[in-house]
Design a protein around this ligand. Structure first.
Ligand code: DAH
Length: 345
């Protein structure tokens, strides 16, 4: 009798304990701990039921039934709390993982091409399309490649110490990309079709249109039967691709030591269409490059037989073209790395 009362009280207390701990519980894990504590194999209910042996034969079934009822009440309480907590937890998770896809993204500043690179790439693309490949040469050149091989002997005005940065009497910073012609012809047998973009150096005083470092793109074609007509045709196509189908060019006779005959190519002023205006200094045309038929002496110096082969060459100043293309008024903007300038391209 006494045992029965004690057990009942234990069970009732247990139910109350479960109800209050479930109420205080705020996670599924804690809830599971409570379940194990009371309903588990080594749990509190089992412990109480173990005392059944102390009861009389009549009391046992009554107590068994009672214990089962408490057990199922406890189970119900746990299940119900589980549902509520589960819903709460998944709501919290959804809330935590919520992402506002309408927020503007974080912009990472992306670098861009320098205007000189943009125009170099454009010109490369045009000539690659005509079967040229890209050649390179060193910026520190020997006297031979920079001058002598190009028919510029000692004492020639183009060698003027004021124009060229000498490193020693036989070495200088190349003053044009023309030495790449010599290197290419010496190294590779014709037929040749190359362009050579790169930096060149001249000891000029800096102003809005002069810089001691600037860029040229050299071109060279050597093959059997190359004529001035090929030169004109190729450069005309180049001009039309770069400045548009409607652009017009003209060739003027000129002098370069390494070409014969030599010419300069002008493009008709975009602004006045040849009439003359401020942009073209009333000329109607703007000079864009130097060109000519490779001098026979230059060919033979490079091991190319001028009786079999002929060729044409040209040299374009990159800064001038780029300045005109974008309306840039001062060459110094190219080298100052001012982001306000660079971000415009
Ligand atoms: N080398 C010349 C200069 O720097 C440009 C030039 C003119 C290059 C005529 C050539 C050419 O290849 O044929 O002013």
């Amino acid at each position: 009798m006494l045992g029965e009362i004690i057990m009942k009280e234990q069970l009732l207390k247990m139910r109350e304990d479960v109800i209050s701990s479930v109420a205080a519980c705020d996670s599924m894990r804690e809830l599971e701990d409570i379940r194990i504590q009371y309903l588990g194999k080594k749990g509190a209910i089992t412990a109480v039921l173990k005392q059944m042996g102390t009861l009389s034969a009549e009391e046992r079934p009554v107590m068994g039934q009672y214990a089962n009822q408490i057990r199922s009440e406890i189970e119900d309480a746990l299940t119900q709390a589980g549902e509520t907590l589960g819903a709460k937890e998944s709501e919290a998770r959804i809330e935590a993982e919520w992402l506002d896809v309408t927020l503007p993204g974080k912009k990472k500043p992306i670098g861009r091409k320098h205007p000189l690179t943009i125009v170099t790439d454009e010109i490369k693309e045009i000539f690659l399309g005509m079967g040229f490949s890209v050649a390179e040469g060193p910026e520190i050149e020997t006297d031979y490649y920079n001058f002598e091989a190009l028919n510029i002997p000692e004492g020639h005005p183009a060698r003027d110490i004021q124009d060229t940065f000498y490193i020693d009497s036989k070495t200088a910073l190349r003053s044009s990309t023309s030495p790449v012609q010599i290197r290419t012809m010496t190294k590779t047998k014709p037929p040749l079709r190359i362009i050579a973009p790169g930096r060149v150096y001249r000891s000029d005083a800096v102003d809005a249109t002069h810089s001691p470092l600037f860029h040229q793109i050299e071109g060279l074609v050597v093959d059997k039967g190359v004529t001035m007509a090929d030169l004109k045709g190729t450069l005309e196509i180049f001009a039309k691709r770069l400045w548009g189908e409607n652009s017009k060019v003209r060739f003027r006779p000129h002098y370069f030591p390494f070409t014969e005959p030599s010419a300069e190519m002008d493009i008709m002023c975009f602004s006045c269409e040849g009439k003359g205006c401020r942009l073209c200094k009333n000329e109607g045309f703007i000079e864009v490059l130097g060109a000519g038929m490779v001098h026979p002496d230059v060919l033979s110096r490079c091991g190319v037989d001028p009786d079999i082969y002929s060729g044409f060459a040209f040299g374009v100043g990159l800064e001038r073209i780029t300045m005109r293309k974008y309306g840039i008024s001062d060459i110094r903007y190219f080298y100052e790395n001012d982001l306000r300038f660079l971000r415009q391209f």
